[in-house]
Design a protein around this ligand. Structure first.
Ligand code: UD1
Length: 359
């Protein structure tokens, strides 16, 4: 039986791992799940395992927070002995976090083949930690599972063509599975006192926004300006953003600052929103699939197709630009399928099964 060691650690990876874990197991592969412990709060970690039906990890390395080098280094040294003991046929990593990079380095130093889910994405901004994580991981991978044609082209431009598979986005698998249920959970709107189509939901957590007081001030200022036009703003806040808001003494005014939400609840709020404001990659795509316009408070995005289709706008972190974009946002009439058909996970499992032989 083929043995796959899947390495996860941060919130978006738990979401992505759910459908892949199920597909691996249903296609008769033996999966060992390794949690680095990068995210450890119940609201960022435990809740997602329970909600998305992800099996409990066989190993939890409990690495926790730290500066990038210390965090990545601690994961790397903790992963080595676990991988040697498990001796998998392939190591599977997801996305672009420090967990992804540590998993990729650990696998390649020990000579295990590496598979990367969400391969080929580029923002072309090397100052983003995620960009460095993606580039290094792709260059070490034997299996590169891409969500879009653009991702395949990005890899080609870097001289990578072997082992590249266009499979679509595993986040779409989860999204399509859960959308109906999310749309039934309208009681959440009552809970926050909002009506369908009349509010904004926002998520902000990128280092570029939280570690720069001027940018964070601009983003929150933009959200406050939106509330001043009688448009409610719901803001489930990542712990790092909450700490930064306190550190910089930023006033959030009428913005509804709430705890991080489970996957399904955020999906409900996204799918009934008038507009989504975010610096997350996953949320930009979910907004598109839900047919809700998105305003992205970054200077670049890896999900360029959503811009090209007119559903997403890049506005940076200046208060006035954010407020204007939100108040003006309208849904374009056309919304072609993007990032696959929701069957990426079974395709990834099939490709691994067909291309690997167990020891
Ligand atoms: C990480 C990823 C980012 C991803 C995000 C999803 C990297 C470089 N970044 O960012 O790409 O979009 O996860 O959420 O890997 N903290 C807690 N509790 C936790 C985890 C973190 O309070 O359970 C706080 C700590 O103050 C910590 C800070 O958040 O120092 C940052 O956490 P970290 O894991 O380094 O990065 P994220 O911002 O979560």
């Amino acid at each position: 039986m083929i043995k796959v060691a899947s390495i996860v650690g941060a919130r978006p990876q738990f979401i992505k791992a759910g459908p892949v874990s199920r597909a691996l197991r249903s296609q008769n592969m033996h999966e060992v799940l390794i949690h680095t412990g990068q995210h450890y709060d119940q609201g960022l970690s435990g809740a997602f395992f329970e909600e998305l039906g992800i099996p409990s990890p066989e190993h939890n390395l409990g690495v926790g927070s730290g500066d990038h080098a210390a965090q990545t280094g601690a994961m790397l040294s903790a992963l080595g002995p676990v991988l040697l003991t498990e001796n998998p046929d392939v190591v599977l990593v997801y996305g672009d976090t420090n967990t992804t990079l540590a998993g990729a380095l650990a696998a390649s130093k020990l000579g295990f083949p590496l598979a990367h889910v969400e391969s080929g994405l580029r923002s072309f901004e090397r100052s983003m930690p995620e960009e460095v994580n993606r580039v290094v991981t792709d260059h070490l991978s034997s299996f590169l599972f891409c969500p879009s044609e653009t991702a395949v082209t990005n890899l080609e431009d870097e001289g990578i063509s072997a082992g590249v598979f266009l499979v679509g986005d595993v986040m779409k698998d989860v999204f399509l599975e859960r959308l109906k249920l999310a749309k039934q959970s309208t009681h959440l709107l009552d809970e926050y006192g909002v009506g369908g189509g009349d509010y904004v939901v926002t998520t902000i957590h990128r280092a570029a926004n939280t570690d720069d007081p001027a940018r964070l001030q601009g983003v929150i200022g933009g959200l406050r300006e939106v509330t001043a036009h009688d448009v409610p703003v719901i803001f489930p806040v990542h712990p790092r953003t909450r700490k930064a808001i306190l550190r910089d003494g930023i006033h959030t005014g009428e913005v509804m600052v709430i705890e991080p939400l489970p996957y399904l609840s955020l999906l409900t709020l996204q799918s009934f929103a008038r507009c989504v404001v975010t610096d997350s990659g996953g949320v930009q795509k979910e907004a598109y699939w839900a047919g809700v316009p998105c305003v992205t408070v970054r200077d670049s995005t890896e999900w360029t197709e959503t811009l090209a289709m007119g559903w997403n706008r890049l506005v940076g972190a200046e208060a006035r630009s954010i407020a204007e974009a939100v108040l003006e946002c309208i849904a374009p009439s056309d919304r072609p399928e993007l990032y696959g058909d929701g069957q990426a996970a079974p395709e990834i499992a099939r490709l691994l099964r067909d291309n690997l032989t167990s020891e």
